[in-house]
Design a protein around this ligand. Structure first.
Ligand code: CA
Length: 239
């Protein structure tokens, strides 16, 4: 048992077992599945969590609140998280810790170039990696006195959050107005499917993204993604 539990009541200050106590994390993320993972990691660490699902709602939130930590997904429905990171970096009152996140393994460089303090590759499921990414970048006075990172613990988001993401993808697919929406849905579905280890859907999303990149006809690939999304919605089965 940690010393803090042996002597006296729990303090509001951070402790080794709740190293992010007193910290508020704003998660800017359009995937419920990814957001649910971050929510569990925050709770497990003692941090409060707030969520914005697009750039617009993040900017609205930031006009009123100032979190200690912001985690910005790079692929958002109304634009790139990189733009938000750039704004945050040059804001007069800077959020102390700015982290980028993405399911795209080549996105780290772009996030750091935009000014992010660090980067969390998806899926984010390791408590130790999550806590270390934040704690090593917080000002000294916000860190617990002794930092014993726990033996690693993996979190697994609720499958319902995956269903929510499938419903979101189905909505976007049902109402595709332009190629931008198609690009958004390809990267959204691809990212979520990879995070949930849903290989067939991840492959179909990658095929769609490839077709877009290479200027090939997309109807077949879009229909394939839409079909798999519908299957997951109807079966209520998650890998
Ligand atoms: Ca996203």
């Amino acid at each position: 048992m940690p010393e803090s539990q042996l002597y006296g009541p729990p303090q509001p200050a951070p402790t080794p077992s709740r190293p992010l106590l007193g910290i508020t994390v704003l998660v800017v993320e359009d995937s419920r599945f990814a957001c649910e993972a971050l929510r569990l990691l925050c709770l497990r660490s003692g941090a409060r969590v707030r969520r914005a699902d697009c750039l617009k709602s993040a900017r609205r939130h930031l006009r009123v609140y100032r979190p200690s930590v912001i985690i910005v997904d790079l692929g958002l429905p109304d634009g790139s998280g990189l733009d938000l990171i750039q704004e945050l970096v040059s804001a007069p009152s800077r959020v102390p810790v700015i982290l980028g996140t993405s399911g795209d393994r080549f996105a780290e460089h772009a996030a750091i170039a935009a000014g992010a303090d660090g980067y969390l590759p998806k899926p984010i499921e390791s408590l130790a990696i999550f806590q270390e990414a934040i704690l090593t970048r917080l000002p000294d006075e916000r860190r617990p006195v002794s930092l014993n990172l726990p033996t690693d613990e993996l979190i697994r988001p609720d499958p319902i959050a995956y269903q929510d993401d499938m419903a979101h993808a189905a909505d976007v697919l049902a109402d595709i107005e332009d190629t931008k929406a198609l690009d958004y849905v390809a990267q959204f579905v691809g990212g979520v499917a990879r995070s949930a280890a849903d290989e067939p859907l991840a492959r179909a999303a990658e095929d769609l993204a490839d077709a877009r990149r290479n200027g090939r006809p997309v109807a077949f690939f879009a229909a394939q993604v839409a079909g798999l999304v519908q299957t997951r919605l109807h079966d209520r089965q998650v890998v």
